[in-house]
Design a protein around this ligand. Structure first.
Ligand SMILES: Nc1nc2c(ncn2[C@@H]2O[C@H](COP(=O)(O)OP(=O)(O)O)[C@@H](O)[C@H]2O)c(=O)[nH]1
Ligand SMILES: [Mg+2]
Length: 309
């Protein structure tokens, strides 16, 4: 189970590993003397991999100190790799301490937000599959009422995962879809409610206000809900994902993140930038488009997958 997960992570992170870890190894192989120029090249590689400016500068500074300490380095390639692994693990550590999705509410309500096209609906489908696999009764709420296609897309996931769905006509008020979904969930005895929403730009005030309205209505239908509000980010957007997370966090009371499309991107370092910048756990990562391509995020697996192989 664990090794299957690591293999999946490894596959998903292959491009980030090539663009970051393997490039750093090459640099050191060519310039085993860990001088200022080598450090600058490593710094450049980390920034290219979207590790973020601040964490990169801190990592390089402490590497510089370590080198200046005069310790005899037998194998510079190995020393730097282990050093980076430790530093990255330290940055991701709070993630590890974060609580896993605790399901003590019935129904447990998860609101999903994010900008257009990041992978919200697909992530909901994958979460529905994950919960269905655990024997839970899942209800999906088609809160993205902007386009008929968005409702159909969620409907397909409902069928595929054997979940219930509450949907209204295109153009309907998404808060009322959420309200109806919660009433339906309570009368049908659903375990999990996953609420889809329309993509919104974090810069558009009225759309962000709409999320607040949805939240208020949900709380009215079931006091205390939503129990989780997860922001979906597209890993391929790199540093832009960090900006989005910051702004959504200000309005939407986020409890965690889903990092979609981590497969096939060379920008996987963004996980490090996000963990460094925000006090928010990455709960799940998307590693493909299929129903089983969503995994729990685990810092240790991430580091292992990034550096091994
Ligand atoms: N490769 C890959 N594609 C994904 C992932 N998650 C979503 N997608 C794709 O991204 C596109 C947009 O996804 P969608 O869920 O409709 O985004 P939404 O607008 O936020 O609801 C679709 O083509 C999905 O198949 C992922 O983890 N990996
Ligand atoms: Mg959608």
């Amino acid at each position: 189970m664990l090794s299957r997960l690591i293999d999946k992570f490894k596959k998903g992170l292959a491009k980030t590993r090539e663009g970051m870890v393997q490039k750093i190894r090459e640099v050191i192989r060519l310039r085993p003397k860990l001088d200022e120029e080598t450090l600058e090249e490593i710094e450049e590689i980390l920034i290219q991999a979207d590790v973020g400016i601040d964490p990169t500068l801190r990592i390089i500074d402490s590497l510089r100190e370590r080198i200046a300490s005069g310790e005899k380095v037998e194998d510079p390639e190995n020393m730097v790799q282990e050093f980076l692994e430790d530093e990255i693990r330290k940055i991701l550590q709070p993630e590890k301490a974060a609580p896993v999705t605790e399901i003590s509410n019935k129904p447990h309500v998860i609101l999903i937000v994010g900008v257009n096209g990041v992978g919200k609906t697909t992530s909901i489908g994958k979460l529905a599959q994950k919960f269905a696999n655990e024997g839970k009764k899942v209800l999906l709420a088609a809160g993205d009422t902007f386009r008929a296609a968005a409702i159909e897309q969620l409907d397909i996931w409902a069928t595929r995962t054997g979940s219930d769905i509450v949907k209204h006509q295109p153009g309907a008020d998404s808060a009322s879809v959420a309200f109806d979904a919660l009433q339906a969930a309570q009368s049908r005895g659903s375990d999990i409610v996953l609420i889809d929403t329309a993509g919104r730009l974090h810069t558009k005030v009225n759309l962000m206000e709409e999320v607040k309205k949805i939240r208020r209505v949900i709380d009215k239908a079931l006091p205390g809900a939503p129990h989780e509000t997860l922001l979906v980010l597209d890993a391929t957007t790199g540093q832009n994902a960090v900006t989005q997370a910051r702004q959504f966090h200000e309005t939407c009371e986020l409890t965690g993140l889903i990092l979609a499309k981590l497969d096939g991107t060379a920008k996987g370092g963004v996980v490090i930038a996000i963990a460094d910048d925000l006090d928010l756990p990455v709960r799940f990562v998307g590693l493909g488009e299929g129903p089983d391509d969503l995994d729990d995020f685990d810092a240790e697996n991430f580091v292992r997958a990034l550096f091994e192989g």
